[in-house]
Design a protein around this ligand. Structure first.
Ligand SMILES: Nc1ncnc2c1ncn2[C@@H]1O[C@H](COP(=O)(O)OP(=O)(O)OP(=O)(O)O)[C@@H](O)[C@H]1O
Length: 590
């Protein structure tokens, strides 16, 4: 994957597709700059011709103003052409910006789909979302407005410098005398502002994360009466955003007035020096006046772009920050594949975990020397207290994470040597919190097998014990599932996701605490659905309620990431160890 870590490389990656349009913009920009820097010369000439005309008229009573009128006409044509050039540049940049930010969004989303689960586990949703919204919006606004103007302004400044030195070297030097101060001042302020713009986007990401977390936990907040505390937390995050934004804006805001002041100062110096030249008789009076008018115009043309660039800088800074943040996601590691991985069609389901070690973070080992031997078609139950590593084993089987020591073999092959897509197509997962996606119920069931027939869909739903419920709905399988239409219970969602798993006909099943959080009727339905889906497949079941796994072929008891006991239910009870204690305690409470 190409590295796009610097904002400039990132921009070029997307803009290089529009080389021709950019070339047109550049040509238009050069022409329009030439016209702009030529205009003051006309103004000088107009003053001179007007002077000649008035002088002749007062001495002879008649004079020819056609030369003056001709210059005015040329000035009008120049101004029309300059406006047309600006219009063309704007239109071109709007097109380039729209297309490139569209590609950025698609690219970013595609990248997200390739990222390892570790990325999602270590970034909150709000932080990721803000890349799609605020960061890309900032890039888009800058491409739309600022880039064209900055290019035009830089070209204008270069053109003005050339023209000034052509016209009069001393006046050119006088006009530029304060430029170094202006530039040093601008650089200092821009650096300060940049620091706060970066901070502002980070704080905004945190704020988004906070809002996202609180919205999804709204029921808990209401239940515990934590509305005021939640608002206080929001105000705190919001305050941080406000503080960074205000500081950034104060620094950015200082630039424009400072540049305007410097521009006016430079004009005053030009007028003073021009006047001095006239008084000292070096230049004829009308010519001197024309020169002063011309250089006042140049001073304006030189310093105004500087203040415009400065005033656009906060926008540019936001875009650079946005580019850096979006590029950082592109630089994240994709899911890793070893070279020469094996594509597998269907696994039989023999699984061995050999001395598996694992740590999410290098300094905190989670699984220690875990060895489990699973025969094809067997049901394995993972039990143990919370945090003992049950879900982690599931994460490793599906290769959401890779083992840090030891190996996991499926049909004798290390799973890191199996192509990820083919490995996962053999694995079905039912999670405790079943996720339904927007679309119809049918869409949700065929999620893992898009070409499934209606018959396959209904068969899967029947095996999952949810067919009758679906048929009882007005729109049956076409019932719309959406965020706004949150009409399904936890159990129903789970049954739909069991149907989704059944339809993919996986060789290996992972069921994570699938029977908690539901009433006893639904639980028995889920239990029956599970038995249907487990039948004939190798399956790992993680359950806190031990009665759901009594007939497991093999029970593995985990404690602090280590296997402390394993065997079937009867033998574990006989051993009278940790499992027996767990089992007896649970039945006291149920
Ligand atoms: N993404 C992660 N990053 C860092 N640590 C993690 C991550 N996921 C889990 N852990 C840690 O790994 C340990 C094992 O967690 P795991 O979820 O596997 O336990 P579990 O037995 O499934 O627990 P539970 O029954 O509560 O679901 C815990 O200490 C947990 O804090």
């Amino acid at each position: 994957m190409e590295k796009k870590n610097t904002p400039l490389r990132f921009f070029w990656h997307y803009l290089r597709a529009y080389k021709i349009q950019l070339l047109v913009v550049l040509i238009v920009c050069v022409i329009s700059t030439y016209l702009q820097v030529k205009a003051p010369e006309f103004m000088g000439q107009a003053i001179q011709e007007l002077g000649n005309y008035v002088g002749t008229f007062f001495t002879t009573g008649v004079a020819d103003n056609s030369k003056f009128m001709e210059i005015l006409m040329w000035m009008a044509i120049f101004f029309i052409l300059i406006s047309a050039g600006m219009f063309i540049q704007t239109i071109m940049f709007v097109g380039i910006s729209g297309k490139s930010t569209n590609r950025m969004r698609i690219g970013l989303f595609r990248k997200l789909e390739q990222l390892a689960i570790r990325f999602f586990d270590s970034h909150n949703d709000g932080e990721i979302l803000i890349r799609f919204t605020s960061d890309i919006d900032n890039i888009s606004n800058t491409l739309n407005q600022a880039v064209g103007q900055v290019i035009g302004n830089v070209a204008l400044m270069i053109g003005v410098i050339i023209m000034m030195f052509q016209q009069n070297v001393s006046l050119a030097l006088v006009t530029l005398a304060v430029a170094p101060f202006a530039i040093v001042f601008a650089v200092i302020i821009i650096r300060k502002a940049g620091k706060y713009v970066n901070l502002q986007q980070e704080e905004l990401g945190d704020l988004n994360g906070y809002i996202d977390e609180k919205i999804s936990g709204q029921k808990v907040i209401i239940t515990y009466g934590l509305e005021d505390e939640t608002i206080d937390g929001f105000v705190e995050y919001n305050e941080k955003v406000k503080s960074a934004t205000t500081k950034g804006q104060i620094y950015s805001g200082m630039l424009f007035p400072a540049m305007q002041g410097i521009s006016l100062l430079s004009m005053a110096i030009v007028i003073f020096f021009g006047g001095w030249l006239t008084l000292n008789g070096d230049i004829e009076r009308t010519a001197a006046l024309a020169l002063i008018v011309m250089f006042v115009q140049y001073a304006r043309q030189f310093y105004q772009p500087l203040s415009e660039i400065s005033s656009q800088y906060s926008m540019l800074q936001l875009a650079f920050t946005g580019a850096r943040r979006v590029a950082a996601i592109f630089d994240e590691k994709d899911e890793e594949e070893r070279p020469n991985v094996k594509k597998i069609d269907r696994i039989s389901g023999d699984i061995q975990l050999n001395h598996v070690d694992f740590a999410y973070n290098p300094d905190k080992p989670i699984l220690k020397d875990v060895s489990i031997d699973v025969q094809e078609g067997h049901m394995i139950a993972l039990v143990g207290p919370t945090g003992s590593g049950k879900t982690t084993i599931m994460n490793l089987l599906n290769r959401f994470y890779n083992v840090t020591g030891g190996e996991i073999l499926i049909d004798g092959t290390d799973i890191r040597d199996i192509e990820l897509a083919s490995l996962r197509s053999n694995i079905g997962i039912v999670l405790q919190d079943s996720v339904l996606f927007s679309g119809t119920i049918r869409d949700n069931i065929v999620f893992g097998k898009l070409d499934a027939t209606d018959e396959e869909v209904t068969n899967a739903a029947k095996l999952a014990n949810i067919h009758d419920f679906i048929m009882g709905l007005d729109d049956g399988y076409d019932t719309i599932v959406s965020d706004e239409n949150n009409m399904f219970s936890v159990g129903q969602k789970q049954l739909i996701s069991i149907a989704r798993t059944i339809i993919t006909d996986p060789s290996l099943l992972i069921l994570d605490e699938a029977t908690s959080n539901v009433d006893t009727v639904t639980e028995s339905k889920i239990q029956a659905a599970m038995e249907n889906v487990i039948k004939g497949r190798t399956s790992f079941v993680i359950a806190h309620r031990l009665k759901t796994i009594l007939n497991a072929d093999h029970i593995v008891v985990l404690h602090h990431g280590e296997v402390i006991e394993q065997g079937d239910h009867e033998s574990l009870l006989k051993d009278d160890g940790f499992y027996a204690e767990l089992y007896n305690n649970q039945f006291v409470f149920e």
